[in-house]
Design a protein around this ligand. Structure first.
Ligand SMILES: [Zn+2]
Ligand SMILES: [Zn+2]
Length: 256
């Protein structure tokens, strides 16, 4: 609370109540609210709560009315010589001036303390910001390295799946080769047993592994194309010559 222009404040430590009604004033130029004055000055010896001066004189402590009546103002200095009146007035004004100066010093002290606190807080905040920034940078670094690790894994995964696809292709080729071998051996066996192939009706065979049904080509067709197309290693074969004779082999094996 700042000091009002026309009021003093209680000088009791940490009270600072605006004085009104009655106030306790001391010879050491201190003033107190009615509550603190009546409490502090009832015991003896009386000490000023603001400056610890001993107040033993009869007029060292006065309880005064701050807004005296017109009658009181008319009579209190009546009959006194002008220099006495002026002396009393100047002493009263000196009391007031001292109080105002004390209040200003107090305000300046409070301001400088608040300023120092603010600077301290700013410093602390700057330090905290700096440490947050450091933490953030460390986290960013961590994220970047984790991303790199993830990229490595992705690359490895795509390599592995590439290899798997290659293996599947090889498997498919082998399966096709196997099916055609089986077919050929069945045809040959059936031919030896006198099967009715000669009628020209192709028999339906079913691959045991794939379940695909396919028509057995005549043994003549096999002897014409088989030796060249079927029995050459896959790597040497042209894909266009190897494909048509064989049933579509089993697709990619199911994942377990
Ligand atoms: Zn007080
Ligand atoms: Zn005092």
């Amino acid at each position: 609370m700042s000091m009002c222009e026309d009021s003093l404040m209680c000088n009791f430590p940490k009270c600072r109540a605006v004085l009104s009604g009655f106030a306790w004033v001391t010879a050491c130029s201190h003033a107190f609210c009615d509550q603190h004055g009546s409490g502090e000055f009832s015991r003896s010896p009386a000490l000023c709560p603001a400056c610890q001066s001993a107040l033993s004189g009869k007029l060292d402590i006065v309880r005064t009315e701050l807004a005296p009546s017109e009658e009181y103002k008319a009579m209190v200095l009546a009959g006194l010589r002008p220099e006495t009146v002026l002396d009393i007035s100047s002493r009263a004004l000196a009391f007031w001036t001292y109080q105002v100066q004390q209040e200003r010093l107090y305000q300046e002290y409070s301001l400088s303390r608040a300023d120092a606190q603010m600077k301290q807080m700013e410093k602390l905040l700057a330090q905290q910001n700096q440490s947050r920034e450091l933490e953030l940078n460390a986290m960013r670094g961590e994220i970047a390295s984790l991303k790199k690790v993830m990229e490595d894994y992705k690359r490895k995964y795509s390599d592995v799946s590439e290899r798997l696809m290659e293996r599947n292709r090889q498997y498919q080729k082998l399966q096709g080769l196997y099916d055609s071998l089986r077919l050929r051996s069945m045809v040959e066996r059936d031919g030896r047993a006198g099967a009715p192939y000669s009628t020209g009706t192709p028999l339906q065979h079913r691959c045991r592994q794939t379940g695909h049904a396919f028509a057995a080509p005549s043994s003549r067709a096999l002897t014409e194309t088989g030796s060249s197309a079927l029995w050459t290693p896959a790597a040497q074969r042209d894909s266009s010559t190897s494909a048509p004779l064989l049933p579509k082999a089993r697709a990619f094996p199911r994942k377990q």
